[in-house]
Write a protein that binds this ligand. Structure first.
Ligand code: ASP
Length: 308
């Protein structure tokens, strides 16, 4: 039975604005769910859901992306097709409205997996993807002016930013889906960590770290301490435990998150039989689920979807 699961980032999650967060998660589920309902592909469903989240200022991806230590915006995204076991990704791009669409362009339109910076932006232009200027971004006011970081003071700024906003603004987005044909797909999109050094790339755009999909096994999208998720190759580790270790989805996700990742965060995952897992080791994770015969379910704090 088709299903889509989304996340809007693991972290502390502020209490104000929760209604908008639930509404944005619901919109994303409906966007992805509409694709699945018309018997569309899981790959299109996760792209539609993530594009919807990228347009919301509530999350740290696309429009709501946080700024780096020098006040720039750098966007990372990946999308993976479980049937072909092939991924497309982009990192450190700016001015692209939907980084996940650029990741899809890398997947479909090039022989490459990951493209960065100017080359990736040129590809976006060639593909006719929508470009946006600084005013589009919710944190545009932080882009320049007195808050801009003088050269050589990035480390100081980063420390200050980390003290002020621990993991609170780490609201990366992602989606996983199972379609009518039994195919799996995953996508993740982020603005990175607030105050990160310019040029830093997290786990989100790296297949096997923040994003993985493999038909017959699972699809997983991660959020959390990017460096910890990279070095524990998190989403592939979950897949390997299921494929080789014969663990169930829930068990594999919990084991990796709790005993392999040297940091905190969360995962959303789906198995070929439609089983889902949405674990997190942070106080909260914005997340939602929609089955083809059901109503959207969303949550931020602890709690499980009614039908698992
Ligand atoms: N994992 C993301 C990164 O490191 C951040 C997040 O999930 O909030 O870029």
């Amino acid at each position: 039975m088709p299903v889509i699961v989304v996340h809007g980032g693991a972290g502390a999650w502020r209490r104000d604005g929760e209604d908008q967060v639930h509404a944005a998660l619901r919109d994303a589920l409906l966007a992805g769910g509409a694709v699945l309902r018309r018997r569309g592909k899981a790959l299109d469903a996760v792209q539609a859901a993530v594009e919807s989240l990228e347009d919301s200022p509530q999350f740290n991806a696309g429009r709501g992306a946080v700024t780096t230590a020098d006040g720039s915006i750098e966007l990372d995204a990946a999308i993976m097709d479980g049937g072909r076991r092939h991924a497309g990704a982009c990192a450190a791009v700016t001015g692209v409205r939907h980084p996940v669409a650029l990741a899809r362009t890398v997947l479909e339109g090039t022989p490459h997996v990951l493209m960065v910076g100017r080359g990736a932006e040129r590809l976006a232009d060639e593909a006719g993807l929508e470009r946006v200027d600084h005013d589009w971004f919710a944190h545009a006011a932080e882009l320049s002016g007195p808050e801009a970081v003088p050269p050589g003071q990035a480390a100081d700024y980063r420390r200050r930013a980390a003290e002020l906003t621990p993991i609170e603004e780490a609201e990366t987005v992602g989606a996983v889906a199972l379609d009518h044909a039994g195919h799996l797909a995953a996508a993740t999109s982020t603005g990175g960590m607030k105050g990160q050094l310019p040029g830093r790339v997290g786990d989100a755009p790296l297949p096997g770290a923040g994003t993985w999909a493999e038909d017959g096994v699972c699809a997983v999208s991660a959020t959390g301490d990017g460096e910890a998720f990279i070095t524990s190759v998190t989403t592939h580790e979950v897949t390997a435990l299921i494929r080789h270790g014969k663990l169930g989805l829930q068990e594999a996700c919990s084991l990796v998150l709790r005993s392999r990742v040297p940091g905190t965060g969360g995962l959303v995952a789906v198995a070929p039989d439609g089983t889902v897992a949405l674990p997190f080791t942070t106080p909260a994770m914005a997340r939602g689920l929609l089955r083809s015969d059901g109503e959207p379910w969303t949550a931020i704090g602890p709690g499980e979807p009614p039908d698992g």
